[in-house]
Design a protein around this ligand. Sequence first.
Ligand SMILES: Nc1ncnc2c1ncn2[C@@H]1O[C@H](COP(=O)(O)OP(=O)(O)OP(=O)(O)O)[C@@H](O)[C@H]1O
Ligand SMILES: [Mg+2]
Length: 405
Amino acid sequence: MTGTAVAKEAVAGQERLQLRAFVADDETRAVVEQVVGDLMIPAAAIHRGRIEDAIQLLGRLRSPRVLLVDISACELPLSAVNELAEVCEPGVSVIAIGDRNDVGLFRELINHGISDYLVKPLTPSLLQRSLLAVVEGGGQHSRQTSRLGRIVAVMGCRGGVGATTVATSLAWAIASRRHRRVVLFDLDVQFGSVALAMDLDPVHGLRDALENPGRIDGLYLDRTLVRHSESLWVLSAEEALDDPVRADRDAVGLLLHELQSKFHFTVVDLPRRMDPAVQQVLQTATNFVLVSDLSLAGMRDGMRVVQLLQATNASCPVTVVANRVGEFRTGEIPKAEFERGLGRSIDLVLPFDPKHVFPLVNAGRPVASGSGPTAAALCRLADQLCGAKSAGRGGLFAKLLARWS
Ligand SMILES: Nc1ncnc2c1ncn2[C@@H]1O[C@H](COP(=O)(O)OP(=O)(O)OP(=O)(O)O)[C@@H](O)[C@H]1O
Ligand SMILES: [Mg+2]
C-alpha cells in the first residue's frame, strides 16, 4: 500500500479490515499475499513494515480483526507488543512473525496476548493453518483478544449538578485527544440529555435492547449507534414518558459486554435511580465518576452511592468531581467538611463557569472541546482515566470470522 493510499485511508478510517499485515521482507510478503488469495480474504491490506509501523498506523485507523506483525529485528518485542495492545481495539487477534526460534520468546508472546508466533522462513501452509486456528478459536485462547474495553460510569449525586457535562466531556476528550474508540451511552432513555448535549438525534432501538436480552446481535449496534466523530459514537434514546422502560439486568450486561468488545471506552451517563440497569452498570464499571455540588444533600447521597458501589464492585476506583463550585457561595459546604462527610477526598473541583460553559452547551458542543480552565480540567481528568501514554466476506476464513463478528 502506498503512502498516499494509507493517508487517504486514515482520513476515511471507517471500514474494518479482516486482515492487516506488516511484513519486513519480500519473501514473507509473497507468502502472505498467496495465503490472502488462497483463503479469499476480501478486505486485507499488506504493508511493508514492522511492529513499530503497525503501532503508528493503528493509532489512527480501525484495527483489523486479525493483525500480522513482523517482530524480527525488534530489540524489545514484549514492550512493542504491549504498546501495540494499547493502540489496538479490543478483540483483535495478533499473529507475530519473527526470526528467533526460541521457545521462551514464544511463551512470553503468548502470555502477552499474542495468538500465535511463526518463525521465518514462513510457508503458505504454516500461515494458513495459523490464521484458520486463530479465527476458528475466535481468539478465545488469547488474552489480547479477550481484552475488553473500560466502562466509565458517571453519576450525579443530585439533579443538575453536571453529570452529563462531565460524561460528554470525558467521552469527547478520550476520543479526540487520546484517539481511543469511545461510545457514550445515555442510560436515561426517557430524560437523558446526551444526544441534545452532542447535537445529535437519538435513534430507536435502545429500549428494545434494554428490555430483551435476545435483541442484541452483531448488527444491532451498527443500527443503533450514532457517530459523532471519527472515534466517538453515541447510544441514546428519547422514549415516550407515558410508557415506563423495564430494563432487564441480563440485557444490560450483554449490551455492555458487546460495547466493551468493540470500544476502548464506554462512558455511561447514569440516571439517578437504582434500577436493575443502573445496578448492572455499577457492578461492571471499571471506573466510577461521582459528580456533586458542595451541598449537604450531595454529600449525603454521594456517601450512599459510594457505599453501594463498594458493596457491589469494591475494586472500582472512584473519582469525585465537585462541580458548579462557587455558584451559591453562602450555601456551600466548605470543601474539607464535604470531604469528611463523604469519607474521601475530592479529586477535581470545577468552578461555576457560565462564561465558558453556556455558549458551548447551547451550541451542542462538549465543554472539554472549548477553552478556559474548566475545559482544561476536564481534559486532565480524561487523561488520568486513560493512564500514561504508552512509550468483507469470502472463503472459509471469512466464514469463520463471521462467527465472532
Ligand atoms: N461548571 C459549570 N459551570 C456552569 N454551568 C454548568 C457547569 N456544569 C454544568 N453546568 C450547567 O448545568 C446544567 C446542568 O448540567 P448537566 O445537564 O450536565 O447536569 P446533570 O447532572 O446531568 O443533570 P440531570 O440531573 O438533569 O441529568 C447545564 O445547563 C450545564 O450547562
Ligand atoms: Mg444528565
